[in-house]
Write a protein that binds this ligand. Sequence first.
Ligand code: UDP
Length: 359
Amino acid sequence: MPCASTCAFCNYCARDFRSLSLHCNAAMGALMRVLVVGGAGYIGSHICKALAERGDTPIVLDNLSRGHRHAVKWGPLIEQDVRNVSAVTQAMSDQGIDAVMHFAANIEVGEGQREPLAFWDNNVAGVVALLKAMERSDVRHLVFSSTCAVYGEPQALPITEREPRTPVNVYGQTKHVVELMLEDVSSIGALKYAALRYFIAAGASPDGEIGEEHDPETHLVPNALKAAAGLGGPMHLFGDDYDTPDGTCVRDYIHVMDLAQAHLQALDRLREGSASFACNLGTGTGISVKEILDAVEAVTGNPVPHTISPRRVGDAAQLVSDTCLARDLLNFTPTYSDAKTIIEHAWAFHAPRWGVSRD
Ligand code: UDP
């Protein structure tokens, strides 16, 4: 499999991703070999694409329990569970890993309430194992996929990083506990980390190459597109009696490619010598569920059949990010994260896979 972008520097990388590092990295000085744990999933695969586009080499470690083999396109896949410390340590050594990004987690809030132990095992024990492997391999930089769910019901909007962390569901609790663990481990100088607290990741690669493929799908944008495409019946709109302008929940949607760029910036800050940090990733703009449905109608040209269903347990009325820290620390300004672009890209990804015309 040929490498993405830097083959001009040597004759080896078209054959072997490891050679890409040893040869091209030496020639270019600063490129990295990044272990992307969970890189076969939605956000992880977009990060891999972004890493490769700038010349870094993503090495995916994924047990494929939720991710997709076909989404691993920019480097090797190590099919392995992150909780296997010796295998992960071996992979880091074999692959000459410089830094780690972690995305392998159970994310569906309702599932966490039904199966808390599975969440604690994968989301927390998985990071314990990863940190042990990093320590044994002397790999010191970690970008960790966290969430705005660590804040629970916010006391103030927009939500700054100083907001108390009082998660209200199992998913948020597992991410919060990992952040506490990272604070402890980094306090003794063994590790530097960036914990990135996402609001709602949405959209797809602008070229349609990869996108959101959860099974079952619980997220708003793909579910609304599916309903607009006439597949699977009306979608559920969970609650229209919130204390918001139109009664539906308000969220901060960030395009997955903007999210990817922020990850690269976060890794660069750590490599440049920044102390460990936690940072929100959102746009600062709140969009209601009804506004998302309107945007889906405008993009697809179809109405979005839906029924008003009871509120989903654990859904706050409004979650909108303060963006100051991301702007100041990561130089982060979203370029794709308006509702229309997010939905156009998601639609361009899904429509052909669903066998639906985009016209
Ligand atoms: N939502 C909805 N119907 C769906 C999926 C989501 O009404 O089929 C609502 C949900 O209640 C929330 C918003 O859309 O207010 C975003 O939910 P999503 O699951 O996409 O994001 P998450 O809550 O996982 O961050």
